[in-house]
Ligand binder design. Structure first.
Ligand code: SF4
Length: 451
């Protein structure tokens, strides 16, 4: 595999032959300095080598600076990443404070309102130039302060301009990344990491590999950040992450990873570290394919190592050979547990949907309701609808987009209130959570009757 450019982000080396860096993101309110510092400390103790915090508005810029200062005073050198959407002024303000700024090309200057339109080539070029003009001050500040940038593409927040030209496809994600890469390279800015995230394992893998190939052809490959976004929680979230991230790592692609779980953030890094370590010892030839069925037999007593190994092997085989079935065997595990994992992996790869598919974001400082409890309630109440997809999202940044292919969804709005969606259509204004769950129940029952 083509090697990526290597550089330092704070005191962490990334890219080239550097070890894969494990990172994670807080879900505290960035305005709450004490809670955010305490959560960062727990995440670092759990193995996070880079910590990201959301910065929704200029109000959080000051508190982010305080969080950064307190962590340094306490002796932590862990690079801090600011997560910025919608607001170039915020990106410019934080670029002199933190070691890395994540920008989202889908909403830096463009919009996503699911509008259909066509643009002439001249109009399209002018829109990119507007984005470049807005990006240049940020790049100047980053260069002056040795700050890195992550070009963070999410399938769920691609802008309408890209969607109307390329569709909601892996290629659209690649083009969105390359537009920003062109802007950065034209400004001679190279401290760049790129991510291509989707809640769909296959899409995330395809977009990442296409970008990897595009960068190889252009001659310079920047470090890649891997992640399956909105992966959910528990076994399902871990299986999706291991199938997507694990398979790419098996191919030698990926310089840094984040496992997104709708759980306390300090749960993410231990699993991510175990994933990176386990996948390093896996070889595709350790499984057999007959017809379009993958057979994977192993004697692995550790349940998490077994989950990671089986998921990564299946993700790899599914990407390369479009397997249609999976047979697992592990004489160290009860048969029922092996069969349950088999079904979960098939569902994660969307080969066979045997239960309700839940899509939920990990939450962050933008979330204004208890998403972990709501996910648990939704899973308990709507578990047995094979083929049905339900999204539970923290906010509108990636919410409506990432669950665009879900049948129904709940998206966080103001304090403790949520909106109910049917596919991309918002059905309600912000309402209390019990009302939203009752409404989901009625909608799902109506769907069942109409089938
Ligand atoms: S969708 Fe979830 S993780 Fe993404 S910005 Fe909104 S609350 Fe944060």
């Amino acid at each position: 595999m083509h090697s990526t450019v290597q550089f330092q982000i704070g005191d962490v080396l990334i890219g080239g032959d550097a070890p894969v860096v494990v990172q994670s993101m807080t879900n505290t309110d960035t305005l709450d300095v004490a809670a955010s510092v305490a959560q960062c400390e727990r995440m670092i103790a759990a193995g996070a080598q880079m910590v990201r915090l959301t910065v929704p508005t200029m109000k959080e810029v000051d508190t982010l600076a305080q969080i950064h200062k307190v962590l340094r005073q306490k002796g932590y050198q862990t690079p801090i990443v600011a997560d910025v959407h919608f607001n170039p002024k915020v990106a410019e303000a934080v670029a002199s404070i933190v070691e890395k700024v994540r920008v989202n090309p889908g909403n830096y200057t463009d919009k996503r309102v699911f509008a259909s339109f066509t643009m002439t080539d001249a109009e399209y070029k002018a829109a990119i130039e507007r984005m470049a003009e807005r990006a240049r001050p940020l790049l100047d500040i980053c260069r002056a302060h040795d700050t890195a940038i992550r070009i963070g593409i999410n399938q769920g927040s691609l802008c309408d301009r890209i969607l109307n030209r390329y569709g909601n496809t892996p290629e659209a994600m690649v083009q969105s990344a390359l537009e920003w890469l062109d802007i950065c390279e034209a400004e001679d800015f190279h401290k760049i990491v790129i991510s291509m995230k989707s809640s769909n394992v296959q899409t995330m893998m395809e977009a990442t590999l296409r970008l990897h190939e595009a960068m190889r052809t252009r001659g310079t490959s920047y470090p890649l950040h891997l992640g399956v976004t909105e992966a959910g929680c528990g076994i399902e979230g871990r299986v999706k992450s291991a199938a997507g991230i694990g398979a790419l790592l098996m191919m030698g692609v990926g310089d840094t990873v984040r496992v997104s779980l709708t759980e306390p953030p300090e749960n993410e890094s231990p699993f991510a570290r175990h994933l990176v370590q386990t996948v390093a010892a896996l070889r595709p030839q350790d499984a057999n394919e007959e017809g379009q069925t993958l057979y994977y037999t192993a004697s692995i007593p550790d349940p998490e190592e077994w989950l990671i190994s089986a998921s990564a092997m299946a993700g790899y085989a599914y990407y390369h050979h479009h397997i249609k079935d999976l047979v697992l065997q592990n004489d160290c595990m009860p048969k029922s547990q092996v069969e349950e994992l088999q079904a979960t992996i098939l569902q994660a790869c969307r080969i066979r949907m045997s239960k309700t598919e839940f899509i939920s974001c990990p939450s962050c400082g933008r979330t204004q309701y208890d998403i972990q409890s709501v996910v648990a309630l939704v899973k308990a109440r709507f578990a047995n609808h094979p083929g049905l997809k339900i999204g539970v999202m923290g906010c509108i940044v990636n919410g409506p987009g990432e669950m665009a292919d879900a049948d129904y969804g709940i998206v966080g709005a103001s304090q403790g209130l949520v909106c109910v969606y049917k596919a991309k259509e918002k059905l309600t204004n912000p309402i209390p959570i019990p009302d939203a769950l009752n409404m989901l129940e009625t909608l799902i029952a109506e769907t069942a009757v109409s089938l």
